[in-house]
Design a protein around this ligand. Structure first.
Ligand code: IPE
Ligand code: IPE
Ligand code: MG
Length: 235
């Protein structure tokens, strides 16, 4: 598919992939089935987005708060990573995309940590396109960690020095944040980076959020006026 003109395409999209559990419940299926479907949808959606010309994508897969979910649900998610992450991600990353896992990986089982770190290493050579998978991620924890790192390095605390220690350093800030699953909140996702992001909410549960739905979000993004505090006349 033709790449959209870069001036009205977001350079970086964040996706809060919410609604897997409700999607499954509506089908009288276990929540784990919703996560499996959500995983498959995420892979295809990522392929579509990079093919449209988006350069950076951050997907919210597990929050620090989600770590308090029942053990069976978390184990199901870790098993999904063990069984499907490498093979499925290869399809996406083959587009020259550098993988970063963002969040506190120490909360994940050691074999899962190892698998993810290796997957990151395999894409270290790529530049210019990135995929951040947020796992055991919380924006407040990320900001505190960045501030601590900056202080430990003897740096003055400024907006720039904090930015430079966030997981997303070196990447453009998210221009567009999409949340599926009907809720209208950020749930501790990219709070620092999203200062001027356009927000887009879809009522669809994530497994139902199609490539066409993404196209609609991109179209709406292209039609919005971003003022960054200025007046229309100043733009
Ligand atoms: C989002 O879907 C995926 C994760 C948090 C892992 P949910 O699991 O929150 O689905 P709902 O919100 O219960 O439908
Ligand atoms: C946000 O969804 C986190 C992810 C999609 C990974 P939640 O389902 O955890 O959000 P809340 O609890 O409804 O705010
Ligand atoms: Mg949810």
């Amino acid at each position: 598919m033709a790449e959209q003109k870069s001036h009205n395409l977001p350079a970086h999209i964040g996706v809060i992939m919410d609604g897997n559990g409700r999607w499954a419940k509506a089908r009288l299926m276990p929540r784990s089935f919703g996560h499996q479907q959500g995983f498959s949808r995420m892979i295809s959606l990522l392929e579509h987005a990079y093919d449209r010309g988006v350069k950076y994508i951050t997907v919210y897969a597990l929050s620090t708060e989600n770590l308090r979910r029942p053990k069976e649900e978390l184990e199901g998610l870790f098993d999904l990573i063990r069984k499907r992450f490498l093979d499925s991600m290869r399809r996406v990353l083959a587009r020259g995309v550098r993988l970063k896992i963002i969040g506190d990986l120490s909360y994940l089982p050691p074999d899962v940590q190892e698998l993810l770190r290796q997957a990151e290493k395999d894409t270290e050579k790529y530049e210019g396109k990135g995929l951040n998978v947020a796992l055991a991620y919380g924006a407040r924890a990320e900001i505190v960690r960045a501030a601590k790192e900056a202080v430990a390095a003897g740096e003055e605390l400024t907006e720039e020095s904090i930015s430079a220690h966030l997981y997303t350093c070196g990447q453009p800030e998210p221009d567009l944040i999409i949340r599926t699953g009907k809720e209208k909140r950020l749930s501790n996702f990219l709070l620092y980076q999203a200062a001027y992001a356009e927000l887009y909410f879809s009522d669809k549960m994530f497994p139902d959020f199609s490539d066409k739905d993404l196209d609609e979000a991109l179209e709406e993004f292209a039609s919005r006026t971003r003022r960054f505090g200025k007046t229309d006349e100043q733009l």
